[in-house]
Design a protein around this ligand. Structure first.
Ligand SMILES: [Cu+2]
Length: 132
């Protein structure tokens, strides 16, 4: 006498606690971005030379820049890679200049023709024609 008995419906009433707690992050208080003034660009140099790319003696504009003793010179890198400007004799260095950046202003203290080049790409050459 088969007597099958199906126990159906032992409902496990999982009482899901449906607590709609108001999410406490509803206030969009963006972190107060202190609108700090943009970092002051360094003092503008008297003469700014553009770095155009690795083009030998045409890497800089102007290729020969006229400078007076006591003036400052900076290089603005219009290329897409970093350059590092140094005087041929090591008298000055503008340091590494990232793409789009402008070097620190370098003060020129002696008259004459000062050749410089890129320390990374020595084929990039330029010069300063420094007069009193
Ligand atoms: Cu370079």
């Amino acid at each position: 006498m088969p007597y099958s008995r199906s126990l159906v419906g032992v409902g496990l009433l999982s009482l899901m606690s449906v607590a709609f707690l108001p999410s406490c992050g509803s206030s969009y208080s963006s972190p107060t971005a202190p609108s700090s003034p943009a970092p002051a660009p360094g003092p503008a140099a008297d003469v700014t030379i553009l770095i155009l790319g690795m083009a030998g003696s045409a890497s800089f504009s102007p290729a020969t820049a006229a400078v007076k003793v006591g003036q400052t010179v900076a290089w603005k890198n219009n290329d897409s890679i970093t350059h590092d400007i140094g005087q041929d004799g090591g008298a000055f260095s503008a340091g590494g200049i990232g793409p789009g950046a402008t070097s620190n202003a370098v003060k020129i203290t002696a008259a004459g023709s000062l050749g410089y080049h890129c320390m990374i790409h020595p084929s990039m050459t330029g010069s300063l024609s420094v007069t009193q």
